[in-house]
Design a protein around this ligand. Structure first.
Ligand code: MG
Length: 350
């Protein structure tokens, strides 16, 4: 029987990785002059010092506690460019709307996109609108792409890294981590996925948990100005577990995380307990995970804590050559391997 695409193959874990590697990269990855290429599967690509990223948004429901598909589409792309160490210049947006979609809802979402782009300081300067027959897609989908250039704070940051260790990269790649580097998480995890899941399924804890969706580019800039950051990534689909494994795989080092230090709000924890899912695997939309040289970890942490988006920031672990992969030091004193999830436990979250 002919093989068909499954939902889990778009859920940001091991299964999606395999689809990309087996069915996409071999046709696209030719000889090109990009500095950060498609095959590196980082948050964005870099070509001639232009940072370039794209993201399609299919979230269900399109309006959820804490945000909507519009604020998500802007934040998602701005954040993927920011975590490379770049300053976003502009965004494009493409709308695909199902016939019959209420104009009032459409306008509200577009208005929120405009507000979010203004908050982030990144204008939307080109776009496309398509309407398709009823049933051709579900309601409304948005694609956003963005371009950015080298942030002046990135060079300040790298200069600071080089005071403490050798570093010959020009961008904040997933592959830059070394043993001894500290892992910093910018705040609470699990809110986006749980807010969507509970609202969608009507579990009743929706009043407590709101999505964390937000552009984090300005917070990133403040951290870069302090300096010492080697890697940064937004823990979206597949959550912290996926991000930590990306760092570990691509950097060829072990990562040890301290469970007790990972900030998980009560509402997220109780929802996860009830549903039997791991908060570390749930997608976030307004968080960053940094790799920072150990001598600068406290300084970066103190900068993050000054801003609302970073007030719960904490050092959650470090790179090590004593283990392979990602290991979680548990609150009960044991250790468990934190695997790369097969896919996000909550589907259609972005
Ligand atoms: Mg990303």
């Amino acid at each position: 029987m002919a093989e068909k695409i499954k939902l889990a193959q778009g859920a940001g874990g091991e299964l999606m990785d395999k689809l990309i590697k087996d069915k996409i990269l071999k046709y696209f990855v030719k000889k090109d002059n990009s500095e950060v290429s498609l095959s590196m599967l980082d948050d964005a690509a870099v070509i001639e010092d232009i940072v370039f990223s794209t993201d399609s948004h299919t979230v269900q429901p399109i309006i959820f506690p804490g945000g909507d598909i519009g604020s998500l589409a802007v934040s998602g792309t701005v954040n993927d460019i920011a975590v490379m160490g770049a300053k976003s210049l502009a965004l494009s947006t493409g709308f695909i709307i199902e016939e019959g979609f209420p104009i009032e809802t459409f306008e509200k979402i577009v208005m929120n996109m405009g507000k979010c782009s203004e908050d982030a300081g990144v204008p939307i300067i080109t776009g496309d609108t398509k309407v398709v027959e009823k049933g051709a897609i579900q309601e409304f989908m948005i694609n956003t792409s963005g371009i950015g250039t080298r942030s002046k704070f990135l060079d300040i940051n790298i200069k600071e890294v080089k005071r403490y260790r050798s570093f010959n990269q020009r961008w904040l790649l997933d592959s830059n981590l070394e043993k001894g580097d500290k892992i910093i998480l910018s705040g609470n995890i699990g809110e986006h996925g749980i807010a969507l899941l509970s609202f969608r399924e009507g579990y009743g804890f929706e009043t407590k948990v709101k999505s964390d969706v937000a552009p984090i580019n300005i917070l990133l800039e403040k951290a870069l100005a302090q300096g010492g950051i080697v890697s940064a990534k937004d823990p979206t689909r597949g959550g912290l577990a996926n991000t930590a494994n990306e760092f570990s795989d691509k950097s060829h080092i072990g990562i040890i995380l301290d469970e007790e230090r990972i900030p998980i709000p009560d509402g997220v924890r109780s929802a996860c307990d009830m549903l039997g899912i791991d908060p570390l695997e749930i997608g976030n939309e307004g968080k960053v995970i940094f790799g920072v040289v150990k001598e600068k970890a406290e300084d970066v942490l103190n900068v993050l804590k000054k801003y609302p988006l970073g007030k719960n920031a904490t050092i959650i672990g470090e790179g090590t050559d004593k283990i392979r992969g990602v290991v979680l030091q548990t609150t009960v004193g044991g250790r468990r391997i934190l695997h790369k999830p097969l896919g996000d436990p909550v589907p259609r979250i972005c």
